[in-house]
Structures are given as structure tokens and as C-alpha cells.
Design a protein around this ligand. Sequence first.
Ligand code: NDP
Length: 246
Amino acid sequence: MNHLSGRTALVTGASRGIGAAIAKRLAAEGADVAITYAKGADAAAKIVAEIEARGRKGLAIEADSADPQAVRRAVAQTVQELGRLDILVNNAGVFPYGPFEAMTLEEFDRTMAIHARAAFVAAQEASRHMSEGGRIISIGSNLAERVAHPGVTLYAMSKSALIGFTKGLARDLGPRGITVNLVQPGSTETDMNPSDGESSDEQRGLTALGHYGAASDVAAAVAYLASDGARQVTGASFLVDGGANA
Ligand code: NDP
């Protein structure tokens, strides 16, 4: 433990769910952690309190990932208030679900902005501040690789953008010793995907292990990719999906 001492992380969309678990895990490993949120100021303040309870500095920033200026400002505020930035985790996400024919252009633009543009903008801004050993980790989805049911075309499309982003950026930032990787969760118990929801039995049935993952399972993969032990891993995608895509 504490192998991230002296490092600073920014995790987007971390007032709840997977992002909150990642923020707490990175703090437990010794990092100071800034988080963003869109609406959940109270929930974000609680996560900051949990980061501080681990003896680290925490910072909550209101920043809608659909707004590129807000994303840029969040990176700048992290550097200004926590002094540096070593680890960026692009996690903020939404789940547009429903008939393909009914999806609106507004839903299309907002989803692509949150999942693809925000990751691009945050990485562009963050990489200016990163040095050798920097880490950019995005949270995609196993649905970017395999889609087993209808209703998720836009979601799968937006998450698959992160595969090309990760590979391209690994090449761009490799010469500076910064790694870029993608974690692709499957069914993970959160507000977005409760394990007692309408389709949860079907989702469980798709896995090899027969159960949902916990947010902490995704956080464990992120902690590994953020560590020195992963220094030779870049441009890679990691499924954390209980074998759903196996
Ligand atoms: P939740 O809905 O449980 O939490 C989403 C988090 O993102 C909240 O903290 C929310 O903050 C924040 N958020 C949402 N929209 C924005 C926005 N526009 N700007 C900034 N923050 C925002 O989702 P999960 O924890 O389940 O999902 C986290 C990531 O994991 C997402 O990218 C999702 O697509 C991905 N994922 C999840 C899976 C699952 O089964 N749960 C499976 C595969 C991938 P606030 O409430 O303050 O708006």
C-alpha cells in the first residue's frame, strides 16, 4: 500500500459509484485526489471527507463533463490547489438507453461530449502538467467490444471511441513516459446499473462468474494501472466484466 505517495489524481464523475470507489482507492494508496461532479455536491463533499479520513488531500469540483471549458477548468484547479497532476481518470458517464429510432440529436451530442470529447479535452489539458510516470486511464465499457442486446447503440458507439483514443494517445505520450490505458467494466452494481434492476438477471446470465461486479473491482484495476508496476503497460484495454465477453 501507499505506492502512490506524493502523487495527485483527478477522477471525473466521482461523487458516486465507480468514480467514488476509484477516488477512495487511489487515496488509500497514498494519492491526493480531486473529483468532479455535475449535480451531487453533497455526495461529492462526503467522498472528499472520506479521502481526507485516509490522511490525503481531497478536492471536489463542480464540472459538467459535457462542457469542455468546465473540464479544462477542473484540470487547472486541481493543479493549482493540489500542486501537481500525475493521474487522470476519465470516468464520468451516462447511460442513454432505448430504441435507436427514438434517440435524439441532443442525446447523441451530450453522450458523445461526456464520453469522448471530455476525455480528449481532459487528457490534452492534463498532459501539459504531467511528467514521466504520468497516467491517463479511461473507464469505457465491455459493450464497446460486444453488444448482446438492443437499446445501447449510442452508448456502445460513444464508449468505443475510447479504444481508438487510448491507442492513439499511448503513441503520442509514450515518448514522454506517460501511459494511457482503458478499463472496460461489465455489469457493476451502482445507481446506473442496480443489481436488482429489470435486466439484471439477464446481465448476470451473460457473465462467466454469475454475478455483478462491485465498484471496488474496477477501482482495483485502476490502482494497478496507476502504479509503478504497470509502467510497461500502455495502449491496453482491460475487461473487468466477470467474463461476459469471454
Ligand atoms: P453512476 O450513475 O452510478 O455515477 C455516475 C457518476 O458520474 C456520478 O458521480 C455523477 O455525478 C457523474 N456524472 C454523470 N454525468 C456527469 C457529467 N455530465 N459531468 C460530470 N460528472 C457526471 O455511474 P457508474 O458509477 O455506474 O458509472 C461510472 C462509469 O463507468 C461510467 O462511465 C459508465 O459508463 C461506466 N460503466 C458502468 C457500468 C456499470 O454497470 N455500472 C458498466 C460499464 C461501464 P452527479 O451525480 O454529481 O452528476
